[in-house]
Design a binder for this molecule. Structure first.
Ligand code: AMP
Length: 218
């Protein structure tokens, strides 16, 4: 199964991507995670991406499309994948369609996670990431036992630069200007399915899997 997850910043794409992908035994592919790994390793790509990420802008299409092109042909993605955070522009969506057509395949479904703006701001501003293992906690919804310390590995928690208030605001503007047009784009292709992404993580995963079961051949 080849799935794309879309939704505003903070809709819970990263969390849901991992659970949904595990359910279908396909790799979750997050362009944001690939950029963050490159930033941590101080690669050229990481340096180039950080400039945009820190201010809530999109990394240029040529860079991002190249990364996805290389990733989706890896062995683990041959029979399917779940893309989280890509495509984010219509140009990326067109490039993805073309890449998949060249591989003789196509997308099965695009799942939109819908959330209310206020809820999203609370989710994003409370998010804390472990510097060592990358686990994501939340000061309000999923706090670690000791503030600032990861329960899983003891690492120090930090707030992503792109979760700071001004950057969150800019990420929303960018979402509405550049990413939301994908909703119409994929509706026209009859690939879009939408679910509300409120409630517990488990409830949302269940809703997501129900929507995917209805949209894909078994
Ligand atoms: P995410 O983890 O998906 O919220 O992505 C974090 C940041 O990485 C975004 O705000 C962008 O700066 C960058 N990014 C991730 N995916 C893309 C993409 N498909 N196109 C452009 N920039 C991206």
């Amino acid at each position: 199964m080849r799935v794309v997850l879309v939704g505003a910043p903070g809709a819970g794409k990263g969390t849901q991507a991992k659970y949904i992908a595990a359910h279908y035994n396909i790799p979750p592919i997050s362009t944001g995670d690939i950029f963050r790994a490159n930033i941590a390793e101080r690669t050229q790509l990481g340096k180039a991406a950080k400039r945009y990420m820190d201010v809530g802008e999109l990394v240029p299409d040529e860079v991002t499309i190249g990364i996805v092109r290389d990733r989706i042909v890896k062995d683990d993605a041959v029979h399917g994948f779940l893309l989280d955070g890509f495509p984010r522009t219509v140009a990326q969506a067109e490039a993805l369609g073309q890449m998949l057509a060249e591989l003789g395949t196509g997308l099965d479904v695009v799942l939109e996670l819908q959330v209310d703006d206020e809820e999203v701001i609370r989710r994003l501003s409370g998010r804390r990431t472990c510097r060592s293992c990358g686990h994501v906690w939340h000061v309000e919804f999923d706090p670690p036992a000791i503030e600032g310390v990861c329960d899983q590995c003891g690492g120090a928690l930090f707030q992503r630069d792109d979760d700071l208030p001004e950057t969150i605001r800019r990420r929303f503007e960018v979402y509405f200007e550049q990413t939301e047009p994908l909703i119409g784009y994929y509706t026209d292709k009859n690939l879009l399915r939408s679910i509300t992404a409120d409630g517990s993580v488990e409830q949302i995963t269940e809703r997501a899997i129900d929507a995917l079961e209805l949209s894909t051949p078994s």
